[in-house]
Structure formats: structure tokens, C-alpha cells
Design a protein around this ligand. Structure first.
Ligand code: ASP
Ligand code: MG
Length: 307
């Protein structure tokens, strides 16, 4: 069933939600369920859980001329190959692997250059880190297609433009909102990687660790979305860190201000930069649990009752 009015939903999945094929299948279930209700969805995904750290280790080892980088490189490829094997229809695997092998080749070349050239810059590190999202977003888009649902893979670097403050680049909002809106507005279901962007000259940048939440909220603001959902592995924003405190309680509703304050004070659930773009367009953000999708989660909003 489609809505008479245009509903645009942004759904972001990260961390353990996308750690492996079995979790990614849960993510795809959630996306396909949402697709029954909404006529426009943009999905933003992070790297497979732990891969960004592995990529940083890879780059660091290569810069220290430590040949052990090759082991890490193989392990990174192995995890993605495994996900492809489990997620993609066997008849399409060859073609998907071809694309992915191209990406592995690009990454290997960059890392070999780090190894041989001694020179190692933040710009090169951003290029290396971006492979986490480049790979995960492509694989997940193919995984959705394998479940019989058409979707479009979008390279975020083409539609999010930043300055060249590598490692934590600032987004050119005006330019990026226009590019995002032009690219995504009419598509029923798009899949893109979070965290990565590029300069006006096309050099890859990143938005800071954990920045995929911020990507989702930028996309939401650009498209005037009805809702932004941040899907994670806890039930929502809790009174305490649920990984440390057993009796942490779920906060069902919270204002933008309070959520932002908690995020800046180190609550790990959402990236602090996520709130601003949503506030300006008054878009509610829901924090939800991939492993308990029926849970109500936490609603972050201006706190006013809807009309
Ligand atoms: N993969 C990136 C990181 O680990 C971005 C994200 O997870 O949001 O920092
Ligand atoms: Mg990550």
C-alpha cells in the first residue's frame, strides 16, 4: 500500500546491526517492512561492525612498514566475501564479486603506496577509512536486490561535499542539500554509505568517527523527511549506559536539546552532530533497536504535541 501523500523516511543502520550477514538480513527485513508503508526511503549504512578500526590498523601498519598489514587486508576482504556469499543470490555473486574485487584492488593500491612511500597523510587515511562504507553500502544494496526488491545504490561522495579538513570535514550544506535532493528525491529506495563525503575536487573526506548518524540527518534535512530513524543495538537512549548498568531505563521521549547535551557528554547512542540538521527542519529522530524492532525506541523532537 502506498500513501496518498509523499512520505520520506531516512533509516540509518550501523555497528552490530550490520556486523555480518545474519544481522544484515535482519536489517533488510526491517527495510522491506518499512517499504510496505512508505513510498520513499533512503537507507544510510555504516561499515560492517569493527571494519573502520581494522582499516585504521591497516593504514597504520603499512605506514610503519609492517608487512603484517597484508594479514589485516586479507581479513577485511574475507569478512566482506563471507557477507556476499551469504547475502547475494548465487546467480549474481560473480558480478557482485567483480565490483567488490575492483574496490579491494583500489584499497590495496592505496595501502601499498603508504607502505612504500613512508608518506602518510590524513587525506590518505580518509580514503582508506571510506572503504568500510563503500563496501558495506554496495553489498547491502545488492543484498536487498537479492531479496527481490529493486533499490538504487548511491555513492555518498557524489552528493555530500565538504571542505578539506580531513578526518572531520565540514559539510557545504547549501551545495550538498541541493545535490542530495536532486539525486534522492524521486527514488523509491536508495542505499548509501554514511560517514564519507568528498571535497569539491572529488577527494574523499570523512565526517568524524561515528559520523554516519550525521549523514542520515543531513539527508533527512535535505529531503524534508518525515522521520529519521537511527537503528542501533540498544532499545533507545537510556538513563545509563546499558552495557554497564543493568537497571538502565529507556527514555521514551526526549527533546532535541537534551539529546544533544547527552550526546556531547559522551552518551554513545547517537553522534552529537546528528541533532542540528533535524532541529532546523523539525524532523523527529527515532532511536530504535535492530534486535527488537517492535520496541518503541526513543523519540527525539521539539517536545511539542503534534497537531
Ligand atoms: N564507520 C564509521 C566509524 O566507525 C562511521 C560510523 O560508524 O558511523 O566511525
Ligand atoms: Mg562504524
Amino acid at each position: 500500500m502506498t500513501h496518498p501523500v509523499k512520505i520520506m523516511k531516512i533509516m540509518k543502520f550501523g555497528g552490530t546491526s550490520v556486523a555480518d550477514a545474519s544481522n544484515i538480513n535482519k536489517v533488510i527485513d526491517i527495510i522491506l517492512e518499512a517499504k510496505k508503508q512508505e513510498n520513499h526511503i533512503v537507507v544510510v549504512v555504516s561499515a560492517l561492525g569493527g571494519i573502520t578500526d581494522d582499516l585504521i590498523t591497516l593504514a597504520n601498519l603499512a605506514s610503519q612498514k609492517d608487512a603484517k598489514y597484508e594479514i589485516i587486508f586479507k581479513a577485511i576482504c574475507g569478512r566482506h566475501d563471507q557477507a556476499i556469499k551469504e547475502l547475494i543470490d548465487p546467480k549474481d555473486q560473480k558480478q557482485v564479486l567483480q565490483e567488490i574485487n575492483k574496490k579491494y584492488g583500489e584499497l590495496e593500491e592505496i595501502v601499498k603506496n603508504i607502505f612504500s612511500a613512508k608518506e602518510f597523510s590524513l587525506s590518505v587515511l580518509d580514503a582508506v577509512m571510506s572503504f568500510g562504507e563503500q563496501l558495506s553500502s554496495f553489498i547491502i544494496s545488492e543484498g536487498i536486490k537479492s531479496r527481490g526488491v529493486p533499490c538504487e545504490f548511491v555513492d555518498s561522495r557524489d552528493i555530500i561535499k565538504t571542505d578539506d579538513n580531513f578526518g572531520s570535514a565540514s559539510v557545504d550544506l547549501e551545495k550538498s542539500y541541493k545535490l542530495m535532493s536532486d539525486c534522492l528525491k524521486e527514488k523509491p529506495l536508495s542505499i548509501m554509505g554514511g560517514f564519507m563525503a568528498s571535497t569539491k575536487n572529488g577527494i574523499t573526506t570523512t565526517l568524524g568517527r561515528g559520523g554516519s548518524d550525521y549523514t542520515a540527518s543531513l539527508v533527512g534535512a535535505a529531503l524534508d523527511a518525515s522521520v529519521i530513524e537511527i537503528w542501533t543495538d540498544v532499545d533507545g537512549i537510556m538513563t545509563e549506559d546499558p552495557k554497564k548498568m543493568k537497571d538502565a531505563l529507556l527514555i521514551p521521549e526526549i527533546t532535541y536539546e537534551k539529546a544533544e547535551e547527552m550526546a556531547y557528554n559522551g552518551a554513545k547512542v547517537i553522534h552529537p552532530k546528528t541533532i542540528r540538521p533535524a532541529v532546523l527542519k523539525n524532523i523527529p529522530i527515532y532511536v530504535k533497536n535492530t534486535f527488537n524492532p517492535m520496541g518503541s525506541g526513543t523519540k527525539i523532537s521539539n517536545g511539542k504535541k503534534e497537531k
